[in-house]
Design a protein. Sequence first.
Length: 277
Amino acid sequence: MIRFFVSTWENFKEYIVLVILLIASLILLSQNSSQGIQRVRSIAFGTFASVTSIFTDFFNVSSLKNENENLRRTNAELMLQLSRLREYGIVNEELKSLLALKDSSKFPLIPATIVSKSLSKSQGTITINAGKIQNVKIGMPVITDKGLLGIIYNVADNYSIARTLNNIDLKVTVKSERTRENAIMKWNGNWLVMVNVPKTYDLKKGDRIVTSEISSIIPFPLPVGVVYEIGNVEMGIFNEVKVQPFVDFQKVENLFILGIVKSKEIDNIEFNFLNKQ
């Protein structure tokens, strides 16, 4: 309040002095009852009323301006708080799902967060904040609570790069969960597609697609997506099947690296088996 009065005095001291002088003059004029003085007094009172009205309007506008500024500030603060709460809510739901996945899995899961993403339409990659120190190895699957996201292909001490399913260099053996029929799935630049699918396969739109046990990369079935469209190739004996992935590559932020590499496991099993012969 003191600051307001000081600021008002600094900006309008000339007008304030004028008002004080007018008030003093009116007081002196009111003591004289002559006709000429009454006429002057009438003019002075009219001037004083106009000046008073101007100051009243100024203070009203100034007060309204301050109220509007405070309201805008409050709205901005509420917007920021709401944005934070929404973000925390989204992240917490994702983290809770991931924690539930970790608690229910018998396989080692290494938690990580995406630190950057490739914007390439055909070479989808993500950089994550876990590496050799966290026991991440090349070939490990990257997953969320929704399903398969990609495969680790480059590892540093504290960071790793994974090819996502929307990368033309990544091919995965998958199967229909309903019919158990296998096929190779890859990214064609626009869609995940199962290629060279025999027309004799009984695939239907909506069929759930998972990774196949015969894959040399992923050791057991992981959810991938659902059949979106079956393209009927007129020539030949094969169809191309579009798959809608479960994982939204653009929105995912938190994930797990599945701490197992099938090819090394197979090598170890076969090595131990041969040593026993």
